[in-house]
Write a protein that binds this ligand. Structure first.
Ligand code: CUK
Ligand code: CUA
Length: 657
């Protein structure tokens, strides 16, 4: 693709360009206004900045004039930032940094009793954690389509799942099972969000505890947890969840079947060699030990049948409080099948029609397309190529696939558009490959910068993708941005995919974590609230707090468990504005922002006591702490809320005990 530079364009060329610009209709201005703009000024701008026609076209496709809103939201994981970043498309403006596994003071997350309760739910073996490694956000679905109500995320490091409510973009729940010690095939949802899937990554003894690594094959196991989601409550119900034991391979990504394949779950694996490292002990390193076999195993799970088996008496074991279908029962009941996958696969993606599965291996140049119909036929006919060491039947590879398409070095993840095309990230050669699902032909490539991991297309994991936009989530940024020291931002590149050729539109530096995966949803599917109503809402429960405070009912009460301060916040004062306690008192602050106006947020802090809260309109926060140091501690509003914001202050007086 070659583009004419403006200096070679001439005046008539520019006029065409401007006409085209108006035609794009990014901002519907009266045409008269365009002709009143001296054409020379845009020509000069292009010349001065060295912009090509392609640059201007890209700019016109992404620029958002003030007040205009994006068409899509992208929910990107923050990797080992433990957060989730919400990005508007096509502008690529950051709209929110949702805190999930990590505290963040501006939003008051992890400061105050409510959000601490959420973080505490994620404790493992009694230990609280203040970070996570988030990989795969999954939007809730209805009929295989994103419904814009919830998003689920995982923490690979600590095997946790969280629920974020898109009515207020706040984390509401963290669940974890000590059954497994890490996860990666998480989170993925079934087409009506009945289950949130979490498959383990690194095998370990189930339920925690120690076993010698030499006993890897006997004592170490993987597992997949099917977390039951209660949409009505907006929470996962651990008591109605169950798991299935898996062999000690390293299970990788997962995806849920849809339409014709609904009710089936597919999980990649690598290290079917069961290599466990030990380089100082005379063993091959894990990465070479794990790359010996030509084929690893895709796990094919019949979830509907597994659900029935899990409900039967005597067919499950309780491990670490989780109901688990043991491997021998899974085999007996025909719940689990394997089929070969080329060498160390990484991506697994069910096509929008639910008929095919695309798998790509880091060490293979192809995308392999499996046919679910063929897989199902082989399972029904019990046509096996033998069994693995754990008795799991293996389906013949050649009879399971529809074909393969050569894409380049290091293909990883695949997404789809609305025209029957697939897009696969190609890590080693830093490209996105476009290919046709129907005839498995490569149609084109777009260079990206650099080393792309996942890609995401608009509504790309649904039964009806939109096409339009693709974001390449690149691992390396190298030379793309002004230097900021050795830790570089991630580079998210927006690519237009409606034309025959992909068009690079925008480079977005993201210094808020490492997005592994993202999902992009139409903005009009979301309907977030502006205000917590009625005032006094506890965001953890979504209900009015029993400690909610009304105007004129502010008070300070001394009770056996300490001093209770019932406080309101409203522009531009806290009531009460003087709080007297004695050294050693336990203090219970109950603060309600009684405002019901959009964006009328206050903050609250008591200096030197590590006390902070963000009080969005209508929100109620409880903060419990011990006044263990005497002195005079000013408190004030941390959010510039009004002309008298600086005066929104008071004194916390701790008298000597
Ligand atoms: S992963 Cu990171 S690029 Cu965890 Cu889905 Cu592939
Ligand atoms: Cu309230 Cu500043």
């Amino acid at each position: 693709m070659s583009f004419t530079r403006i200096d070679a364009l001439g005046a008539s060329g520019l006029a065409v360009l401007l006409a085209a610009a108006v035609g794009v209709g990014c901002s519907p201005r009266p045409t008269g206004q365009v002709s009143s703009t001296p054409a020379g000024s845009i020509a000069n701008l292009m010349k001065e900045r060295g912009l090509s026609e392609a640059d201007v076209s890209a700019a016109l496709q992404t620029y958002m004039p003030t007040g205009k809103k994006d068409e899509y939201y992208t929910f990107a994981s923050g990797g080992h930032g433990g957060n989730m970043i919400v990005i508007g498309v096509p502008s690529m403006r950051i709209l929110k940094d949702v805190r999930v596994f990590t505290p963040e003071p501006w939003q008051g997350y992890g400061y105050g009793d409510q959000s601490n309760q959420i973080l505490k739910q994620g404790s493992r073996f009694g230990k609280e954690m203040t970070w996570g490694d988030m990989h795969h956000p999954a939007l809730s679905e209805t009929g295989g389509d994103y419904d814009g109500e919830f998003v689920f995320v995982n923490d690979k490091a600590n095997a946790r799942i969280a629920v974020v409510d898109l009515h207020d973009f706040v984390t509401k729940q963290i669940v974890t099972s000590e059954l497994i010690q890490s996860d990666h095939g998480a989170t993925f949802v079934t087409p009506n969000t009945e289950y949130v899937i979490e498959a383990s990554q690194y095998p370990a003894p189930l339920g925690g505890g120690y076993a010698p690594i030499e006993d890897y094959k006997d004592k170490y196991r993987g597992a997949v947890i099917f977390w039951k989601f209660d949409r009505e409550k907006g929470r996962i119900d651990p008591d109605r969840s169950f798991a299935m034991e898996l062999p000690p391979y390293m299970q990788d990504l997962a995806d849920a079947g849809k339409l014709g394949s609904e009710g089936w779950i597919f999980i990649n694996s690598f290290n079917t060699e069961m290599s466990y490292g030990g380089t100082l002990e005379g063993n091959p390193p894990l990465e070479s030990g794990a790359s010996q076999n030509d084929m690893d195993y895709m796990h094919i799970i019949d979830l509907k049948s597994a659900e029935k088996v899990a409900a039967e008496e005597g067919k499950t074991k309780k491990i670490a409080g989780m109901k688990v279908i043991p491997l021998d029962i899974a085999n007996e009941e025909g719940l689990l099948h394997f089929v070969g996958e080329p060498k160390s696969p990484h991506g697994i993606c069910v096509t929008p029609d639910g008929k095919d599965l695309v798998v790509s291996g880091k060490l293979d140049t192809h995308a392999t397309v499996y046919s679910f119909e063929k897989i199902k036929g082989l399972i029904d006919a019990k046509k096996y190529d033998g069994k693995d060491a754990y008795g799991v039947p293996i389906l013949p590879f050649k009879d399971s696939i529809r074909g393969q398409v050569e894409l380049g070095l290091g293909p990883l993840h695949t997404q789809f558009d609305n025209k029957g095309n697939a897009y696969t990230s190609v890590f080693i050669e830093s490209t996105v490959a476009k290919w046709s699902l129907k005839d498995l032909k490569l149609l084109g490539k777009q260079k990206v910068h650099y080393n792309v991991g996942h890609i995401v297309t608009a509504e790309g994991d649904t039964v009806s993708p939109d096409g339009r936009y693709l974001i390449s989530i690149n691992k390396w940024a190298i030379d793309r941005f002004a230097k900021v020291g050795p830790l570089l931002p991630q580079n998210l590149q927006l690519i237009g995919i409606d034309g025959e050729q992909m068009q690079l539109l925008y480079d977005m530096p993201l210094p808020l974590g490492e997005p592994h995966y993202a999902q992009m949803i139409k903005a009009d599917k979301l309907d977030p609230i502006d205000i917590y109503k009625p005032a006094g809402i506890d965001v953890f429960t979504g209900e009015k707090s029993e400690f909610a405070v009304k105007a004129k009912e502010e008070r300070i009460e001394r009770k056996p468990d300490g001093v209770h301060v019932y406080m309101t916040a409203v522009r531009s004062h806290f009531t009460p504005d003087i709080v007297r306690v004695k050294k050693g008192d336990t203090v219970h602050l109950h603060i309600t922002n009684v405002e019901q106006a959009i964006d009328a947020t206050h903050g609250f802090t008591i200096g030197s006591y590590n006390v902070h809260a963000s009080l969005e309109p209508g929100k109620h926060v409880d903060i419990t702490f011990v006044a263990d140091r005497e002195g005079i501690f000013p408190f004030y509003c941390t959010e510039f809320c009004s002309a008298l914001h600086l005066e929104m202050a008071g004194y916390f007086l701790v008298e000597p005990g």
